[in-house]
Design a protein around this ligand. Structure first.
Ligand code: DGT
Ligand code: CA
Ligand code: CA
Length: 573
């Protein structure tokens, strides 16, 4: 069985959860959380690194003990320490901690106060409205628990795009190695860069179909072959992810890519257009009566239907069809457009790498600038900066900038918005910064009105120029807090404030729909990785995928501009 970074990261996350449940030392818990994050963000497979005898302690947050644990996982597929830890708490609690929106702290509160240690009792208690009265809980959390239980019971959780990528890439590489394959590509929600993926859809053209299907079924990560035919096979990988492979003829590759890329809603709308032109469209091509007239390429499909080519990320039937007919599609942003990263952390707070290393990594990325936005003091678990430490950092950056020629370090902070909408640091320090990215990090359960007004009040301070991860959601883990996004966008527009699209694949916040709304209102976006290590900078690609789903062009995004323009764009009117 092949081991993915994700598998190691997950074990460490679970260890952190159990330790937290058991009330272990915060530093110990964070060590595992940090290690999970480091491993999850590595650009190379950790088994390969071990096979090459690389020293894992060179990675931030990985000490000798953790390196040894990783080695054990890679070599044996499990970790004795984790197995023992698991048996030290009631069995089903492990599953309960996996329920979206719950987490170790809440599970502990429920266990301590209601003595609940299994899912059935939890469900009963939630339906009987017993959960809402516990301290730190409310009707909303209770509802989330009910929904979360359904998801866990169905056992068919959609997985995050970044995780799907970990499985899709090696599988593609494996299939591509076969000389028999002429072309192969991924379609479906994966190609549309959706936030979460139900299953993978692959399409191939090859010389020998049977050989292709055999090779697919023989892939070492296949746990079960659900069906194996001449043109279509379905397998389940060890991770539980389903993969569909279809083999088509060269003549139909474009139309099949179009059909299986979807979305279903886009397909249905396209079919209507074909019908109006008296044409028939399906996965084999476009036909006039019985005559095949297009299908080899996707471009040819759209051309035949008198539409501009629609990028996969736009295919959600959200207005792209009309825009394509009128030639009014946006020219979507690409990673090449990006000139810098505006939200990053260093080891001065909860990041793993020094400012100098982050700067080097940004240069390697081809950027002109990076903003250092470490946490502010209220976020004590992240060792947030108080005024004195932030002043020290400002001096450090000034000194570094003096030595730089074609690169700029922007001075910033990720500033906590306190419960009443006031800010965590005083104006006389904020005014010395280029970037104040204000963020909500606690009190997620305020009412929609309170939360909205809290954020707008923060924007009333003219030093605040970005709202970071504006809805606070963690995909599959934590729902967004309640906010009236329309009101927030309007307030941002009025004040010249920028909204962040946090590129971390767990966040992707703003989501695509809000990005599109922001663009339509003329609110500018900053796409930022929220990097906690040098490896994090590469997460930009997920932000770009999401931005494209949100119809963003380079000009809608401030960090596509030169450092001088960015500084101007950040200045509030
Ligand atoms: P997923 O897998 O849930 O993340 O989402 P998709 O979009 O990958 O959906 P999937 O795997 O069920 O099907 C792949 C594509 O095939 C889908 O995006 C559009 C196309 N498709 C599937 N079923 C239908 C259908 O009933 N009608 C039409 N027009 N297209 C369909
Ligand atoms: Ca799919
Ligand atoms: Ca499918």
């Amino acid at each position: 069985m092949v081991l993915h970074n994700r598998d190691v990261a997950e074990i460490f996350e679970k260890i952190a959860g159990i330790l937290e449940f058991k009330g272990a030392n915060q530093f110990r818990i964070r060590a595992y959380q940090n290690a999970a994050r480091t491993i999850g963000n590595l650009s190379r497979n950790v088994s390969d690194l071990i096979a090459e005898d690389k020293d894992l302690t060179q990675y931030s947050g990985i000490g000798k003990d953790l390196a040894q644990k990783i080695q054990e996982i890679v070599e044996t597929g499990k970790l004795k320490f984790y197995d023992e830890l698991q048996t030290s708490i009631p069995e089903e609690l492990n599953r309960i901690m996996g329920i979206p929106g719950l987490g170790a702290k809440k599970v502990k509160a429920i266990y301590d106060q209601l003595h609940i240690d299994n899912i059935d009792d939890l469900k009963k208690a939630a339906h009987q409205k017993q959960i809402r009265d516990l301290k730190g809980f409310g009707p909303k959390t209770e509802q989330n628990i009910i929904e979360g239980i359904e998801e866990v019971k169905e056992g068919q959780k959609r997985i995050k795009l970044a995780i799907a990528e970990e499985y899709a890439r090696p599988l593609m590489a494996y299939l591509k190695k076969d000389k028999n394959v002429k072309s192969i590509d991924l379609a479906g929600s994966y190609r549309r860069q959706a936030e979460t993926i139900g299953d993978l859809d692959m399409l191939a053209v090859c010389k020998n179909r049977e050989a292709m299907m055999k090779r697919f079924a023989a892939y070492e990560e296949v746990q079960r072959v659900v069906s194996q035919g001449k043109t279509r096979s379905t397998v389940i990988l060890h991770s539980g992810l389903q993969v569909d492979l279809r083999v088509v003829s060269q003549k139909s590759f474009g139309s099949a890519m179009h059909y299986f890329t979807g979305s279903k809603a886009h397909n249905i709308a396209v079919r209507k257009i074909a019908l109006k032109m008296n044409l028939k469209i399906n996965e084999y091509g476009i036909f006039k009566g019985k005559k095949y007239i297009a299908g080899k390429t996707e471009k040819g499909i759209y051309r035949t239907l008198k539409m501009a080519y629609v990028e996969p990320e736009l295919r959600e039937n959200q207005g792209e069809i009309k825009a394509a007919q009128k030639g009014k599609l946006p020219k979507l942003i690409t990673w090449d457009d990006m000139q810098g990263d505006l939200h990053t952390h260093t080891n001065a707070t909860d990041g793993h790498d020094s400012l100098e290393r982050m700067v080097e990594a940004a240069k390697k990325q081809g950027y002109q600038y990076i903003a250092n936005t470490d946490h502010s003091r209220h976020l004590s678990v992240a060792n947030g900066l108080d005024k004195k430490r932030l002043l020290k950092q400002i001096k450090q950056i000034d000194a570094l900038n003096k030595k730089e020629k074609n690169f700029t370090i922007l001075k910033g902070v990720e500033l906590d918005i306190l419960e009443d909408g006031t800010l965590d640091l005083p104006d006389n320090i904020l005014k010395q910064l280029d970037i104040v990215a204000a963020a909500v990090h606690y009190k997620f359960t305020l009412s929609e009105k309170q939360q909205t007004e809290r954020i707008i009040k923060a924007m009333d301070n003219p030093h605040v120029n970005i709202i970071a991860h504006p809805t606070g959601r963690l995909i599959n883990q934590r729902k967004p807090y309640a906010v009236d996004m329309q009101r927030i966008l309007k307030a941002a527009k009025d004040r010249g404030c920028v909204m962040e699209l946090n590129a971390h694949p767990d966040r992707l916040d703003l989501n695509a729909i809000y990005c599109k709304a922001a663009r339509e209102m003329g609110v500018k976006i900053a796409i930022s990785t929220d990097s906690h290590s040098v490896d994090g900078l590469a997460l930009m690609r997920y932000g770009i995928g999401q931005a494209r789903r949100g119809w963003l062009e380079a000009n809608d995004v401030i960090n596509t501009h030169s450092v001088r323009s960015v500084k101007t764009l950040l200045k509030r009117a």
